[in-house]
Structure formats: structure tokens, C-alpha cells
Write a protein that binds this ligand. Sequence first.
Ligand code: NAD
Length: 332
Amino acid sequence: PKEKQSILITGGAGFIGSNFIPFFLDKNPDYTVVNLDKLTYAGSLDNLKEVEAHPRYTFIHGDICDFDLTKNIFIQHNISGVINFAAESHVDNSISSPNEFVKTNIEGTFNLLEIARHFWTGSNNRFHQISTDEVYGSLGSEGYFTENSKYQPNSPYSATKASSDFLVRSYYHTYGMNVVTSNCSNNYGPKQHDEKLIPTIIRSAVNGNKIPIYGNGKNVRDWLFVKDHCEGINLIFHRGKVGETYLLGGNNEYDNLTIALKVCDILDVKLPKSNGNYKDQIKFVENRLGHDFRYAIDASKISNTLGWKAKQNFDTGLEKTVQWYLDKYQQA
Ligand code: NAD
């Protein structure tokens, strides 16, 4: 049998990481995975029950900013690759309290890069930075982000993600480190934290509360099913070209109001109300500060070079997502 490679996945107890780890273990029998997660309010080991006892999986509770801890993980586990999901990820929190964003997203990534540079083992190393399309700022009603778009971050969240992407880039250009970066549009699917848009719509609706929608509801996002993102990450980690960036999107552009209406329609069927429809609960609330108008992705680079394409139909994916939350609330 081939010798096993050990990779460090950071932030694996969060939304995307906890969808990715079971997927990665399944697709890559030659790899062991160490998951380093601080378990902030956004992370939960409940998300990882299915791999808890997996023989190629280890969980370590800790902070990517902790130099000694992270260095020891590299040495003890012979880490040869990193996929960095760990981040403060909620734009609204970055507006009210940006400090943690600077610490985890910038200092944490810097720490990982430094430790990788000095302490990873083997010759087959790779540092994969998981990033967002928000680093490119806002689009008008036309056009798409590509790998050549200018970085123009507008929120403290996107500014800290942009900074970490730049650090990763610099470790390639300066030290020749084997890095890749992927920038992805909004993900949706199971295990997303309750604070995010789609879970907020579902939770507010079923609790009989107002469904809050920012501004006039016209801000547009592109939505990618988390499983499609996981497939893209796995491809890029193994086959992405050194030093390059790949954009991933779902080709599902919807404004926030349309998303809320779609969720309400699904709920009207799954859990009919005795009086009225869920959409009656939608209320517009004061817009988010600096709210970017539109994000959209041209994913032709990854499609042409690595053969990746988002597969999940949006309406079916949204239905699956709503069902997942209904099951979760029923169990609680
Ligand atoms: P999340 O907030 O659900 O999870 C983040 C995880 O990181 C949590 O488990 C948390 O405990 C952990 N974490 C936070 N600070 C840490 C620290 N200092 N040390 C160790 N662990 C720490 O986020 P997510 O939605 O899963 O996003 C994962 C990554 O993907 C982030 O880098 C984010 O910027 C990026 N991204 C997310 C989306 C999206 O739509 N969710 C889109 C594009 C890119």
C-alpha cells in the first residue's frame, strides 16, 4: 500500500469544513486528516459525528493562532498538506466586532504559513487557502468575477480574507511554497450556522417570527451547494496548479428576497400553516452597512482546466437544505 499522507484541516467543525472532512476521507483512502478547530460559537462537534470514530481522523481542539500547539501538530502528525478553512466568517459580526477577524483570518493564516514553511514534512506539500468571492468587492447588475478581477474588499470580513489571500500569495512568490487559493461564492446546505441567511429564514419562519431581509431585498448572491464546493476543493487540492487561484460558483444568482420567497414556498408545502403563508412573515429591515450589491462568478477556468462544474440543481438543493433544518429542529 502507498504511504499515508497527513493533512491538517483547520476549522473543520464549521459549515464547509464539516461537510468536507467526511467527503475527503471517503475520496482519499491514502490520507489521514487532523482537524484543528477552536470550536468558537460557529463550530460544533455535532457536525462531525459521522467521522468521530474514523480510523484516519483525529480532532484537536485549539487555535490556529497558537504557534506551539500548531507546530507540535505538524511535527507529531507529519503534516504534509494544509487546507485552511478556519475563519471568522460572518460579515455582520465583522461589522460589530472586527478584532477576532483580524486575529484568526490574518494572524492565524500567517501562523499556519510560517509553521508550514518550517515544519511540514515530505516533498509533496501543499497549502490550500479557502477564500471567498467577497474579496473582489461588489458588481453592478452586469459582469462576473474572474481570477483576474481586482481585489476590492468592502467589509472587515472580506478585507481580512483578502489579507490572508495576499499572505498566501506572497509565500508562493517569495519562498516558492506550494500554494493554491480558491475563492467561492455563497454556500448553502446542511450544517450551516443558524446566523446565516438561509437558516435564518427557515428558523424565523417555523418559529412564527418575522423573516428579516436587509434593505429592499435586491442584493444578489450566487449560491453553490456545499457538496459541489467540496468536490471542487478536493480537485484543486490535488490537481490545482501551484501558485494559482480558482473561482467556484454555482451559476445560481438570486436576490435575497427571491431566496426568502423560495424557502417560504417550500415550507408552505412541507409544513403548512393553519392561517396564511410563510411569506407574510417577511419584513424588510435596515440595510447592512456597506452591503455589497451583487456577487457573481465566472467559473470557466476550473471548468476548462480541471473539469469541475456545479452539479446540484438549486431548487432541489434548497429543498434538501430546508428538510435538513426541519429535521434538526424537530430533534431539538
Ligand atoms: P464557519 O463560520 O461555519 O466555520 C468556521 C470554523 O472555524 C468553525 O468551526 C470555528 O470554530 C473555526 N475557527 C474559527 N476561528 C478559529 C481559530 N482561530 N482557530 C481554529 N479554528 C477556528 O465558516 P464556513 O462557512 O464553514 O467557512 C469556511 C471557510 O470558507 C472560511 O474561510 C470562509 O471564509 C470560506 N468561505 C465561506 C463561504 C460560505 O458561504 N460559507 C463562501 C466562501 C468562502
